[in-house]
Design a protein around this ligand. Structure first.
Ligand SMILES: NC(=O)c1ccc[n+]([C@@H]2O[C@H](COP(=O)([O-])OP(=O)(O)OC[C@H]3O[C@@H](n4cnc5c(N)ncnc54)[C@H](OP(=O)(O)O)[C@@H]3O)[C@@H](O)[C@H]2O)c1
Length: 273
């Protein structure tokens, strides 16, 4: 029986499967990983099929999802070798371009890239998709439909994929929450109250911006009375080059993606393990 097959049974696979289960996704799900314990855990927890054999897993794929770390992609594709039947495959590997995927496993395999996040677990995530040129309309539709089980879907040019990846991670929200609450604790707020205040500041403001359809600049002006407390905090952040710091951080993410791209193009034997 054909299945949606995940190669790699780690963090993102577990989050996606949890989201698919929540969405009552009907197609059979099968996972391959080289750690039998991870496979057992996923099989017990989500009632998915587990397959230790890589060729055995690939043979059952109707949709193949590559979810191994970027530095493991080439080795994995090399191990799979030639695939003779037509197959739709999507790689989640950050920074690994379609050109590399096609070179390393081409033939009848039709490639796309997807960048979901662990928020997909709740069914309210966001997945970015980019398609190989010439990918048939039916495949594009199938991928949009698949990832819409997990939340919103946005399609972008591969040119923007890495910058989008660096920008949209929910880790920014968690990190900002941690940082803001940590600073509030230093001002003397009890930890629980500090988290409540920080979560309101970050989460509720974004929900309000999404719902109100009022320009961001207007909302900023509304929430920060000139000469008031919020305005003082904001201008202190600006004087401290908050914007430049965030840009520098995103550039570090972009550099990581470029390093993944370079490394993934090397033959498997020449890659770091
Ligand atoms: N985590 C996220 O939020 C997220 C979001 C979007 C995209 N991604 C992408 O998704 C991929 C997986 O990320 P992750 O966070 O889920 O990583 P992870 O937790 O490390 O899971 C990857 C799994 O694949 C296994 N693996 C590695 N090489 C293999 C091989 N040749 N055959 C079989 N299994 C193999 C790994 O085993 P070892 O531990 O032995 O390597 C590990 O169990 C990455 O390319 C990442 O860029 C991640």
């Amino acid at each position: 029986m054909k299945a949606t097959v995940f190669l790699g049974g780690g963090r993102i696979t577990a989050a996606l499967i949890a989201g698919l289960r929540l969405a009552k996704y009907k197609t059979r799900i099968l996972v391959h990983d080289h750690h039998p314990a991870k496979l057992r855990e996923l099989a017990n927890r989500y009632k998915v099929a587990a397959e230790l054999s890589l060729p055995g897993a690939v043979a059952q794929a109707q949709l193949l999802i590559v979810a191994v770390p970027p530095n493991a992609v080439s080795k994995l594709l090399y191990k799979i070798g030639g695939v003779r039947r037509p197959m739709l495959a999507v790689s989640l590997a950050a920074g690994v371009p379609l050109s590399t995927l096609r070179t390393q496993m081409g033939g009848p395999v039709r490639w796309a890239r997807a960048m979901p996040s662990p928020v997909c677990r709740s069914g309210r995530g966001l997945t970015a998709l980019t398609f190989a040129k010439g990918l048939p309309v039916g495949d594009r539709r199938a991928l949009r439909l698949f990832f819409s089980n997990l939340g919103s879907v946005v399609e972008l040019s591969e040119l923007h994929f890495d910058a989008f990846t660096a920008t949209y991670s929910p880790s920014h929200g968690y990190h900002a929450l941690h940082t803001l609450a940590g600073a509030a604790i230093k001002l003397g707020l009890p930890p629980k109250l500090a988290l409540t205040a920080a979560a309101h500041a970050l989460g509720d403001s974004i929900v309000s911006w999404r719902g109100a359809r009022i320009p961001l600049r207007t909302l900023i002006r509304e929430a920060a009375t000139p000469g008031g407390i919020a305005a003082s905090v904001m201008s202190s952040m600006d004087r401290g080059n908050y914007g430049a710091l965030v840009e520098k951080a995103l550039r570090a993410g972009l550099a990581r993606a470029r390093a993944n791209r370079k490394m993934s193009a090397l033959p498997p034997g020449r890659q770091p393990s």
